[in-house]
Design a protein around this ligand. Structure first.
Ligand code: NAD
Ligand code: IPM
Ligand code: MN
Length: 360
């Protein structure tokens, strides 16, 4: 199996966790006799500093020629005063749009070994396995008009969706649910927003093609509560761009840390893989970053871009083994036995590598 992967490490902890994820991919290639090649590119704050642009043309061209793109994280406090289109985050939105993937899959799983890492009680998180399907190319992120008039002190963003944009992401959610526990929860704000009324009507229409899958609708505000109260009730959660951004971070609490969450964006010319977390400037450079979200993202590359389901599972199993053995980075160290100290980003990466080598 040959795979060419663009690695856009970005800012803050992005390069730290991405390095561990590519190490794991290298190990999978070696153990399985695959040929994975890695092409590095600049994105985000580091790209602004070095080239003046958050997404240099060279990066986008290289990404479009690869089979998959692995992105670390973008964002640096030193650019906070810039308008949205000049910030590191603009590079991320531009590459998402250019690659064309519209369905962002964000699994949120409660690992048994981490039941003490979550502030939620173990009986609440037990067996939780939610898959968020977040629409990634529409809504407030991309709707026009958008502006801030500093004279009149007025600003506007536009939440816009077309029926076709909703249909295509809804189909992804129903297809995935039909291979899981047969349930889609669609999240909107249909009691207030016309866009959400279109969303709800369209998702209901798509659901007719999937009679074995149960569809329920939830309003986003109460959904934010249900996810914490009864997370076990949810299988596939389908929602628009901003609601999905917020709810998937919230669901990090179920797993124990945002640093544990992977993601894959499918449906475009090239799939884009990114851990859910950001550049975490508060811990960048300290060796505290949890690389497991990025490593589990690497597993999603194996699954969705290389069709190497067994290898994807082997990586996930290796992560489970390391957690079962009691190893924790600082963010998931709650509930660790007295006397045990958290491991660093690099140590965690090495532990997963060892566990993988033993299991493949
Ligand atoms: P963040 O996700 O960077 O961090 C939130 C909190 O979670 C912090 O306390 C951080 O230390 C912790 N955390 C995150 N990832 C972790 C990991 N792997 N291990 C351990 N702890 C981890 O969110 P933020 O602080 O709101 O944003 C910081 C910057 O990141 C901003 O510029 C934002 O725009 C950007 N951002 C980028 C992406 C992306 O590139 N995909 C995603 C989210 C935020
Ligand atoms: C994410 C991030 C991005 C988003 C930002 C950095 C543009 O929060 O990937 O979840 O809002 O989509
Ligand atoms: Mn986010």
């Amino acid at each position: 199996m040959r795979l060419k992967i663009a690695v856009l490490a970005g800012d803050g902890i992005g390069p730290e966790v991405t390095h561990q994820a590519t190490n794991i991919l290298r190990a999978v290639a070696e153990l399985g006799g695959h040929e994975f090649t890695f092409v590095e590119g600049l994105i985000g704050g580091i790209a602004i500093t070095e080239t003046g642009s958050p997404l240099p043309t060279a990066t986008l061209d290289a990404a479009l020629e690869c089979d998959a793109v692995l992105l670390g994280a973008v964002g640096d406090n030193k650019f906070n005063a810039l308008p949205p289109d000049k910030r590191p985050e603009a590079g991320l939105l531009q590459i998402r749009q250019a690659l064309g993937g519209f369905a962002n899959l964000r699994p949120s799983i409660a690992y048994t070994a981490l039941s003490e890492s979550s502030p939620l009680r173990p009986e609440v998180t037990k067996d939780v396995d939610i898959l968020f399907v977040r629409e990634l190319l529409g809504g407030l992120y991309f709707g026009a008009p958008r502006w801030w008039d500093r004279e009149s002190n007025e600003a506007i963003n536009t939440m816009r969706y077309t029926r076709d944009e909703i249909v295509r992401v809804a189909r992804v959610a129903f297809e995935l649910a039909s291979k899981r526990r047969q349930k889609v929860t669609s999240v909107d704000k249909a009691n207030v927003l016309e866009v959400s009324q279109l969303w709800r009507a369209t998702v209901t229409e798509v659901s007719k093609d999937y009679p074995s899958v149960t569809l329920e609708h939830q309003l986003v505000d109460s959904m934010a509560m249900h996810i914490m109260n009864i997370p076990r009730n949810f299988d596939v959660v389908l929602t628009e761009n901003l609601f999905g951004d917020i709810l998937s971070d919230e669901a990090g609490v179920i797993t124990g840390s945002l640093g544990m969450l992977p993601s894959a964006t499918i449906g475009g010319a090239v799939n884009l893989y990114e851990p859910v977390h950001g550049s975490a400037p508060d811990i960048a450079g300290t060796g505290k970053a949890n690389p497991l979200g990025a490593i589990l993202t690497a597993a999603m590359i194996l699954r969705h871009s290389a069709n190497l389901e067994q290898d994807a599972r082997a990586v996930e199993l290796a992560v489970n083994k390391v957690l079962d053995a009691g190893y924790r980075t600082a963010d998931i160290a709650r509930g660790q036995q007295p006397g045990q100290t958290p491991v660093s980003t690099e140590e965690m990466g090495k532990l997963v590598h060892q566990a993988l080598a033993e299991s493949i």
